[in-house]
Design a protein around this ligand. Structure first.
Ligand code: Z15
Length: 804
């Protein structure tokens, strides 16, 4: 979109005055944000309408990305850049006496996700729009997103995230597109032998659409989030006798609880009935909406797979398979065989984890009561699948039970997703190999053609272009701006690897970002950090397998070393942590307390002369990541090998010129392949070693401790009063390490210490370090989600690009 600066200024002043009812000098920052965002929303409306018209006219195949989480973050900057008016707006605002950056920071994050899975979904929407692929999101409009984290006395305390409190400028409520979703009830069969439901509890699903703006290509796709509302006639007081008055409100409250709040677990399945309601709620609403708009085209339903692709992001939306079957059979009158054939062609599924506690299972009892018809359909899918297995495995009933979708009164959603999709993908090469050869080996044997890899990616527009404008400018100065369209073009930077001027500029930008982060830390934590120290960052969800514990034990070891020899030649280090823990994950929350306790002790110990600082940044979120990642020197990617399916933070740090300290886990393997052994710092157990240790049952933590006085010392310090008068405070962490070190923290400790020694040496060699940074940036283009999405589009969805 093109606009003149003066036109913008006139539009903005008018908007600001209208919205605020004030002279523009008297407006608040929020007024200024509200006016700018509203104006941008208006500016992009015609592109939004035209994009939909174009898709309809061309009958383009539509991709619907179903996800229970979309962690989008802020929209304003992204949208300004996407419609190509950022510079004009920035200048115009300045002339009016306003600061764009300040206005941007008013927007609340749309934090409708926990971590990697939700952020991946948001990044994929961005890439689909940027590539002119007709692809849309389908999810839940939670009234409360992921909790806001405060650190109080070293502990995590959760507060509600009331992100909708001051209106959401971006969304549009589409009441006319609302649909009913039916829970409970009795399955009946009519005279034609068709099934239907009676006595259900219906809920109104109301869609709210948010524009997803492409990059300077006039494309605007849609993120459709569903909100639960009580159906009017059920909330009609005239029908109620006086005694029912309060009950009517109870009903409204119950219904609306479905889209009230996001479950705060990442990679952990709690198995709560409200969660099951959430899943069916958005899946049923989404599928009904899709079928309704497909039918408007007048094409026979049995051809739907040429026009619609439904992607199931992890198992949470796996019921889409059964819901499609229900509609095809009960409403559209197709036979089971025909319905199944189309359903398979429409659906594809991504697996994001092998952690057993994350694999979704439902008890038949609660499932059957809540969703009787859906349960019947899953039973029938299972019956037919088991019959096939019985034949394939020569009547081996054990094998059939192992692989059944329903077994021992439990429904295994991953198995449903695999059986009901034409494609099953893992999220990094190593992860996909583990799925094929171990976790899902039996399914791979039966359905080898379904399995494929799609390594995750990140949007380089948000994570480089927008989050790190200074680095972007340097890059563009040397290689032009084609990399924004095609991130692989970042490779061109290698030409300048020996150019001292270029190296200097890379260093200056990093320093500037570190200075900005240091200001943030001073403001939020009251800690003054050394801006010339190594900024070593561990930012991601708190989980035992991600091993924040390994990091903090290493920090304690360095501290001990300095205490013994305060004049040690030592490169100053700032260890920065940012992580939310699931509210019910006790050991994870104690780990936060440990990090803060160690931090307090070290940060206030004059003896070590500020050589180490430990900072815990509260409330890790998309917008905090946008400040943190550009300022990072060392990226901590230290999960127990085999446990991190891919990781995506690893890619963001690399793209911003951090050097990774890593295990060969998830996509770290591919980062290593890209940059080579000299430009990443690897340590720890390999995949084979991990599996061997698990299989042999002879992992002996005591022997490791006995041989390593450094470890013995830090472990003792967890419970000898060194950190806290309360010697029991970290007992659970001590016990888990010494008696049940499932994640091999102790096993990898020595190797991790050595890896950090290498980091220190590389950093001391300034030129070598800068070259490592440059190589990392230059090779990060393969991790653009644009590349990932092109692979999904051609390899799974058969979706075409539909440029204007
Ligand atoms: C989640 O964030 C991930 C996997 C899950 O099964 C759930 Cl429930 C949440 C993460 C993986 O842990 C991470 O390795 C991966 O990069 C990310 O999904 C996106 O695929």
């Amino acid at each position: 979109m093109g606009i003149l600066k003066d036109t913008f200024k006139i539009d903005y002043v008018k908007k600001l005055t209208n919205k605020s009812g004030e002279d523009i000098e008297k407006t608040s920052n929020w007024d200024q944000y509200n006016a700018l965002a509203s104006l941008v929303r208006e500016y992009l409306t015609s592109d939004w309408v035209n994009t939909n018209d174009r898709y309809n006219e061309k009958k383009s195949k539509q991709v619907y990305y179903f996800s229970i989480e979309f962690l989008t973050g802020r929209f304003l900057l992204n949208n300004l850049v996407g419609i190509g008016i950022k510079n004009i707006v920035e200048k115009g605002l300045k002339e009016l006496g306003f600061d764009l950056e300040e206005i941007i920071s008013v927007e609340k994050d749309q934090g409708l996700g926990n971590g990697g899975l939700g952020r991946l979904a948001a990044g994929f929407l961005d890439s689909m729009a940027a590539l002119s692929i007709p692809g849309h999101g389908c999810g839940i409009r939670y009234n409360y997103g992921l909790f806001e984290q405060k650190i109080i006395d070293g502990y995590q305390v959760e507060f509600p995230d009331a992100w909708l409190k001051d209106r959401n400028v971006w969304e549009i409520k589409k009441l006319d597109k609302a649909v009913e979703v039916h829970f409970y009830g009795d399955v009946r069969i009519d005279s034609n032998g068709k099934y239907y439901l009676e006595n259900t509890s219906p809920v109104l699903a109301v869609p709210y659409d948010t524009p997803i703006v492409g990059y300077k290509n006039d494309v605007v796709n849609t993120l459709r989030l569903w909100s639960a509302q009580v159906i009017n006639k059920e909330f009609d007081f005239s029908k109620f006798s006086r005694g029912e008055y309060m009950n009517a409100f109870k009903k409204k409250y119950d219904v609306e609880s479905i889209s009230q709040v996001l479950y705060p677990n990442d990679s952990y399945d709690e198995g709560k009935i409200l969660r099951l309601k959430q899943e069916y709620f958005f899946v049923s609403a989404g599928v009904q909406g899709i079928i309704r708009s497909f039918k408007k085209m007048g094409i026979p339903i049995n051809k739907i797979y040429d026009y619609v692709s439904i992607h199931i992001n992890d198992t949470h939306p796996a019921m889409a398979i059964a819901e499609l079957m229900r509609i095809f059979i009960d409403i559209e009158d197709l036979s089971w065989e025909e319905a199944w054939d189309i359903t398979l062609k429409v659906c594809s599924y991504t697996n994001h984890t092998i952690l057993s506690e994350a694999l979704e299972c439902w008890h038949v009892g609660i499932f059957k009561e809540l969703l009787p018809r859906i349960f019947m359909i899953i039973e029938e899918i299972n019956r037919r699948f088991c019959k096939d297995l019985f034949d394939i495995y020569n009547k081996d009933q054990n094998k059939v039970n192992d692989m059944a979708i329903i077994s021992d009164g439990i429904i295994r959603m991953a198995y449903l997703a695999i059986v009901g999709s034409h494609s099953v993908n893992g999220v990094a090469k190593l992860h996909t190999e583990i799925l094929k050869n171990k976790e899902l080996h039996d399914f791979y044997t039966i359905f080898p053609a379904k399995f494929n890899n799609k390594t995750n990616g990140i949007t380089h527009r948000r994570w480089l272009l927008n989050a790190n404008p200074d680095l972007s400018n340097v890059i563009t100065k040397y290689i032009g701006d084609y990399w924004v369209k095609d991130a692989l073009n970042l490779r061109e930077l290698i030409k300048y690897i020996d150019d001292e001027k270029f190296q200097d500029e890379i260093e200056i930008v990093k320093q500037k970002n570190k200075d900005a982060l240091a200001d943030y830390i001073l403001e939020h934590n009251g800690i003054k950090v050394n801006t010339k120290s190594i900024f070593d960052v561990h930012a991601k969800r708190l989980h035992e397998y991600k091993r924040q514990t390994l990091n903090i034990l290493h920090v304690m070891f360095l501290y001990n070393k300095l205490l013994k020899n305060p004049d040690l030649d030592f490169v100053p280090r700032t260890f920065i942590f940012a992580a939310k823990a699931a509210p019910s994950y006790y050991i994870a929350k104690q780990t936060i307390k440990l990090i803060n306790t160690v931090g307090d002790k070290i940060n206030n110990d004059k003896r070590i002369k500020d050589k180490i600082k430990v900072v815990f940044l509260e409330n890790y979120s998309v917008s905090l990541a946008e400040i943190l990642i550009p300022a990072t020197d060392v990226s901590e990617q230290i999960s127990t090998t085999t446990k991190e399916a891919s990781g995506t933070g690893n890619m963001k740090f690399m793209m911003n010129g951090a050097v990774t300290i890593a295990t060969l886990d998830g996509a770290n393997v591919e980062i290593h392949e890209e940059v080579g052994t000299d430009n990443i710092v690897l340590f720890g157990l390999t995949e084979e070693e991990v599996y061997e240790l698990y299989e042999k049952h002879e992992y002996n933590t005591q022997a490791i401790i006995d041989e390593d006085p450094r470890l013995k010392e830090v472990l003792d310090q967890l419970k000898n009063g060194f950190l806290s008068e309360d010697k029991e405070l970290f007992q659970i962490i001590y016990d888990s390490l010494v008696y049940n070190d499932e994640y091999f923290v102790l096993k990898d400790f020595d190797s991790y210490v050595k890896a950090h020694e290498r980091i220190e040496n590389y950093y001391l060699d300034r030129e070598r370090w800068l070259k490592m940074c440059i190589i990392n940036i230059a090779h990060s283009g393969v991790f653009s989600s644009d590349k990932t999405i092109l692979e999904y589009a051609s390899g799974i969805w058969e979706a075409q690009r539909v440029p204007k």
